[in-house]
Ligand binder design. Structure first.
Ligand SMILES: [Zn+2]
Length: 662
């Protein structure tokens, strides 16, 4: 493949790589911390497989065995279908689609699989074999209002025959705090015998499977010595090592609580850990690791195992700090009316990190941001940590074919600017948007919040306003003066080209022909671009060019375009400050919603040659420690796996800590 970031595509999936920026800026001790945390994360990989479906591990082991030793025809269509199925199973951590939750359909027959199993002496029989081909357990998570959601979901959070009513009744009892009604294992929910604080509700059911034994409902807790204990002991082992190289006391204390939680399964310890983790904000390394998000549970109790290890984005943090220190300068020099300027503006803190490793529910398919903890009372009392995963987003953005950029740029100069300065322009726009944009401006006395005044248009107006503030300052020598860029004009031009190209053309590839623009950010990018295009028409600021039946937008006058952005910034702030619903509605509806059908059809047609799968996922870089004769780590190198299948087989082999049935 031409692009390092894109490994391969199959079915509706693409497999990407990401780079660990900042690795060499870490001390060896910090690198060790990252290494131990990623090992802890990977140690729990099989937990997620078993959570997703009770036969997943059995099926995976059998398929992988066949895949590695089958000596027959490996070129036939059947074999290719088998290989495709296995890759899809790997991607989903099981036999259900990671996004739609529907069971994956193999394109080979049961006879073919039977034959493969026989020829490789692999055993896969009974329900675990049949379920690959039949209609049973068709949905991992069934949220249909006509279904018994617990009973009819294949996800392995509940034992056989447990119903939605069972689950509700079970937790109602626990929450009632009535010692006579509470189940026998309710001590797990209590802190050292203390009664439960109603203002600090525990996350009941988060770390257990609920099963029926002899008609009695019972939790099987995920902990050392409990369910998934074999993998959890490995997680603990690596977390202990991580704790030994923690960057500071709060971080180390939090790791200690996480270890206690894995040892005891106590939900009080889980909350204590979350408080400590949220308060541990110093340091260059952070992580999430545990049973966290509950959306794989149809009734929202049980957490899926996941881990993400994060390194501070040093470069971005520096840029944000510079912007934040100069927030007042940007406010004073913006185009806002004086009455709408803040006298004491404070930059908003916004954090990006670079991912160093992921596992469980966060891999191969990953979130692009993390905002935790989930417990509302902790968020209120202690706060939360919110980060965006910079290198993951960068990979998504840059894994596309370079042919697509060529197709939509007006000329070689635009292409060259984008190649050389586009990425920095994007980063700075994000920084300006988040740190300065959302912090800027004030609402007039007596005018309500925008959700009251601007209603459904509030968020697109706000996002457009923040974009505009960023755009206004992106083409400005001030950025060079602050040391943020080396060539302010080139970066500014690349940023303006990219914004207009996307806002008027390329973002439309995400939309079906005939549909209106609905998504908040797509809307604001369109109304900002379309309004500016129209305002500059008389002076030919942005020229619409048709060449060989293809449309291009060429910016002729960057300083004038900056002025136009400045005017629109002033107007959007006026709308926000005054709560001018009519003006806001007109701006969004006239410029942001409707799509020029001819251009849209043309864009889709021009884009057809660049096939890109709708869902992306990642292989992880491999951290390879080098050791001296005493087994002391002397260095840790970052390698990249050659292929998706290599990594998946390696993971199953090295981190396969669970039995097939749990
Ligand atoms: Zn925003």
């Amino acid at each position: 493949m031409e692009n390092f970031l894109l490994i391969e595509q199959f079915a509706d999936l693409k497999i990407l790589r990401y780079r660990i920026h900042g690795w060499d800026d870490l001390t060896l001790k910090e690198q060790k911390l990252v290494y131990y945390l990623t090992q802890a994360g990977l140690s729990g990989r099989d937990i997620m497989w078993n959570m997703n479906y009770r036969h997943n591990l059995k099926i995976r082991n059998a398929l992988e065995n066949v895949y590695q030793i089958y000596k027959g025809d490996r070129t036939s269509e059947d074999w290719k279908s088998f290989q495709l199925y296995l890759k899809r199973v790997w991607f989903s951590n099981g036999i259900h689609h990671h996004y739609s939750n529907a069971k994956l359909k193999p394109e080979f027959t049961s006879e073919y699989l039977k034959n493969l199993l026989e020829e490789t002496n692999t055993i896969l029989e009974g329900e675990a074999f049949d379920v690959i081909f039949n209609e049973k357990d068709a949905k991992k998570v069934n949220k249909s209002k006509d279904a018994d959601n617990v009973l009819e979901s294949a996800v392995n959070f509940y034992g056989p025959n447990v119903t939605t009513a069972d689950v509700e009744a079970f937790y109602l009892k626990i929450k009632s705090q009535d010692p006579d009604l509470a189940p026998t294992n309710a001590d797990v929910f209590k802190a050292d015998g203390k009664s439960i604080d109603p203002d600090k509700p525990l996350s009941y059911g988060l770390n257990s499977m609920l099963v029926k034994e002899n008609g009695e409902l019972k939790e099987r807790v995920y902990k050392s010595g409990g369910l998934y204990g074999e993998a959890i002991d490995e997680i603990i082992k690596w977390l202990e090592l991580a704790k030994g190289v923690a960057e500071n006391k709060p971080q180390g204390d939090a790791l200690g609580l996480l270890i206690d939680y894995y040892k005891t399964g106590s939900l009080q310890t889980w909350d204590d850990y979350n408080v400590a983790w949220t308060e541990a904000t110093e340091g260059n390394i952070d992580y999430i690791n545990s049973f966290i998000e509950v959306y794989n549970d149809p009734v929202g109790y049980r957490g899926s195992y996941e881990t993400i290890v994060q390194i501070k984005d040093f470069d971005m943090s520096k840029k944000m700090a510079v912007l934040s220190e100069n927030a007042q300068w940007f406010e004073d020099n913006s185009t806002l009316m004086d009455a709408h300027k803040k006298k004491n503006v404070v930059g908003i803190s916004y954090k990006t990190v670079n991912v160093a490793g992921e596992a469980g529910d966060a891999s191969p398919s990953t979130p692009i941001g993390v905002n935790l903890p989930n417990a509302n009372w902790i968020r209120k009392a202690v706060g939360s940590k919110s980060v965006s995963l910079g290198n993951i987003i960068e990979s998504y953005n840059n894994s596309g074919s370079s042919g697509r950029l060529k197709e939509f740029v007006h000329d070689d100069e635009e292409h060259k600017l984008e190649k050389e300065h586009g990425q920095l322009g994007d980063k700075l726009h994000t920084a300006l948007h988040e740190v300065i944009g959302h912090a800027s401006g004030q609402i007039n006395p007596g005018v309500g919040e925008t959700k009251e005044t601007l209603k459904t248009y509030a968020s697109t107006l706000e996002e457009g306003r923040a974009d505009l503030l960023g755009l206004y300052f992106l083409y400005s020598p001030k950025l060079q003066e602050l040391g943020l860029v080396e060539d302010w004009e080139a970066v500014g031009k690349a940023a303006y080209d990219g914004y207009i190209r996307n806002g008027l053309m390329t973002q439309l590839i995400r939309l079906e022909l005939g549909d209106d623009v609905e998504q908040t950010h797509m809307r604001n990018r369109q109304w900002v671009s379309a309004w500016s295009f129209e305002q500059g028409k008389a002076d030919n600021v942005i020229e619409k060019v048709t060449r060989d039946g293809k449309t291009y937008y060429n910016i002729n006058d960057y300083p004038k375009l900056r002025e136009i952005f400045g005017r629109l910034l002033r107007e959007t702030q006026r709308i926000k400050s005054e709560g001018d619903f009519e003006a806001c509605q007109a701006l969004v509806e006239d410029y942001g919603v409707k799509v020029d059908q001819a251009i849209h059809a043309e864009i889709l047609e021009r884009n057809e040659q660049f096939t890109s799968a709708p869902y992306g996922g990642f292989v992880n870089p491999v951290l390879v420690p080098e050791m001296d004769d005493n087994g002391e780590i002397t260095a840790i190198k970052v390698m990249h796996p050659a292929s998706f299948e290599n990594q998946m087989l390696w993971y199953s082999n090295v981190y396969g800590f669970l039995p097939e049935e749990n």
